[in-house]
Design a protein around this ligand. Structure first.
Ligand code: NCD
Length: 295
């Protein structure tokens, strides 16, 4: 069961935990409640962000709280201060911290240093659990269930933390069949490989869609910043690809899209990525409220 002290990984969650937080996010979507008056959230980002950082900020404001933000530029990190010291100091100014870092697997160490509830906002190519929860929320809302799904992941199956976290959580539900179309030549990462039924090269994208009739196609850009001397082929979900998706399939992407999706498909009813991004605010309200035990 999720202890609500940290949000670091999909492994902390049972399906009941996911269902419970989705219900809370759905309630916040209907009605904002200022449950965190006087509380401060520290947004500590050692890697770039638009949606994650700003939706945590908007969520805290909607809950009536305040936000302090750290980015290395203009901070004492430019004088050589360590990440650990930066986290220790900013956490002493706040009630809850959101931390994004390029290093994988250091989130527990950061949580120990912080001594306040800590949310992993992405640790390298490892995990992105708050995105995972808003992705699950979006699937539940738009497909109607989290069991009996056929999900086709399209992207950098080795380095995408959003794909990794979502595969891990969907594997805790019943009868979900997950497939991958892998972009890049570095192979799929070991820990999710066993949870995915089949991984095919990008040339089989259309064939996979036709063969599977998926409920969800989940796309993510090539994670250029994590490629170490590997090459990555480019790909594009365009009108021709969307056309062969079933009518009630949803197309998701955590964004940003960088050449991986044609903006001309935005008006297609299957395109769910802007709704998905908007769901970041109510889901992050739910996460903050749960972790601050704000009732
Ligand atoms: C994702 C991330 O940072 O992993 N973005 C996000 O949080 N919405 C996806 C990405 O950068 O490709």
């Amino acid at each position: 069961m999720w202890d609500r002290k940290t949000l670091l990984s999909a492994s902390q969650f049972s399906r009941a935990d996911v269902e419970e937080i989705i219900s809370r996010a759905a309630r916040f979507k209907q009605k904002t409640e200022r449950l965190c008056n006087g509380k401060i959230l520290a947004n500590i980002f050692f890697e770039p962000s638009t949606r994650t950082e700003k939706s945590f900020q908007a969520a805290m404001y909607r809950l009536g709280g305040n936000v302090i933000s750290h980015k290395d530029a203009g901070s004492s990190r430019e004088k050589g201060e360590t990440k650990n010291d930066t986290i220790r100091i900013l956490s002493s100014y706040a009630d809850i911290a959101v931390i994004r870092d390029s290093e994988e697997g250091k989130t527990q160490e950061y949580a120990d240093i912080a001594g306040i509830p800590v949310i992993n906002a992405g640790d390298g190519g490892n995990e992105h659990p708050s995105q995972m929860l808003l992705d699950a929320f979006t699937i539940k809302e738009n497909v109607g269930r989290l069991d009996d799904l056929k999900v086709l992941f399209v992207g950098d199956m080795r380095h995408s933390r959003t794909i990794r976290s979502l595969i891990k959580i969907l594997s805790k539900f019943r009868n979900n069949a997950m497939y991958g179309v892998h972009i890049g030549d570095s192979g799929i990462s070991g820990d999710i490989e066993k949870l995915v039924k089949k991984v095919s090269p990008v040339s089989s994208l259309r064939g996979m869609i036709e063969e599977l009739s998926p409920d969800v196609v989940y796309c993510n850009r090539i994670q250029k910043e994590r490629l170490k001397g590997e090459t990555a082929s480019s790909y594009m979900i365009d009108g021709g690809v969307v056309e062969i998706m079933p009518e009630n399939c949803i197309l998701m992407d955590p964004l940003p899209r960088v050449g991986n999706m044609d903006p001309r498909i935005d008006s297609d009813s299957r395109a769910a990525y802007f709704k998905q991004a908007a769901n970041g605010v109510p889901m992050r309200m739910a996460i903050i409220a749960e972790m601050l035990k704000a009732k």
